[in-house]
Design a protein. Structure first.
Length: 261
């Protein structure tokens, strides 16, 4: 299937590894020019070199730094000639017990996982509407639908972004101009983030291997997800074929969520 986005420009945040990298790879494979961001410059440049080698027909630019920093956001936007696609992504806040978190912990989580995506969206959607094409994909978490007790900071911040998107996506000045905004809710994908969560969950028993196996077996697919398949899902949402999908929370979890809706 030709996704019809060759030659477009995309900003992909937290793209040096994990799900963000999977999205960048999938978009690059469709001929989309990339501006990628991550906090660690060395890892980011390594990923950029990989992308340039695999997809020599596209341009890959890098902006290192914490995207929660307004200066980094400005540099990111300035590096992209025309933002046709925006993939918002950020490392989740640490797990723990809410009794141990203070106001600063909450502010930091909200800034990274709710307010920063909103600022980037605000900067690009009207331009997308003027040009008649735009795709915003926010990588949130399956915990938005099925909260995980030790991920309270993430549950709260990402749910706030989810509510905001539900309203914004339905503005006719955006939806009526072929600008879509959707959230991808990953379940258990084999990433560094998952490893941290499993380590935290295994502290009581001290058996990481048993905790990991139990988590895997709780998934009907009997495996963890792969970043490449997540990226393919993202690329489809960003395609010309995804124009009638907006304001949705699309769960990718191997069947782990047990509900009907």
């Amino acid at each position: 299937m030709d996704l019809g986005i060759k030659g477009r420009w995309a900003i992909v945040c937290a793209a040096s590894q994990g799900l963000g990298k999977g999205c960048a790879e999938a978009l690059g494979g469709e001929g989309v020019n990339l501006v990628i961001n991550a906090r660690t410059a060395n890892t980011l440049e390594q990923t950029a070199a990989e992308l340039r080698s695999r997809f020599p027909a596209i341009e890959v630019r890098t902006v290192a730094g914490d995207v929660a920093d307004p200066a980094v956001r400005q540099a990111l936007l300035g590096a992209c000639p025309q933002v046709d696609i925006l993939v918002n992504n950020a490392g989740g806040p640490p797990p723990g017990d809410f009794r141990a978190w203070g106001r600063e912990d909450w502010i930091k989580a909200l800034d990274a996982n709710m307010l920063t995506p909103i600022e980037l969206i605000k900067a690009v959607v009207d331009g997308m509407a003027e040009r008649g094409f735009g795709r915003v994909v926010n990588i949130t978490s399956g915990a938005v639908k099925a909260p995980i007790d030790i991920l309270g900071l993430s549950n709260g911040a990402r749910s706030g972004l989810t509510g905001f998107i539900a309203g914004l996506a339905r503005q006719q000045r955006l939806a009526g101009r072929n600008v879509t905004l959707n959230n991808l809710l990953p379940g258990a994908f084999d990433t560094a983030r998952l490893q941290k969560t499993l380590q935290a969950a295994s502290q009581a028993s001290g058996d990481l291997q048993a905790t990991t196996q139990a988590r895997r077996q709780a998934i009907p697919a009997a495996r963890f997800g792969d970043a490449k398949e997540f990226g393919a899902y993202c690329a489809f949402l960003c395609s010309v074929h995804g124009g009638y999908i907006t304001g949705q929370n699309l769960l990718i979890d191997g069947g782990a969520y047990p509900g009907t809706f």
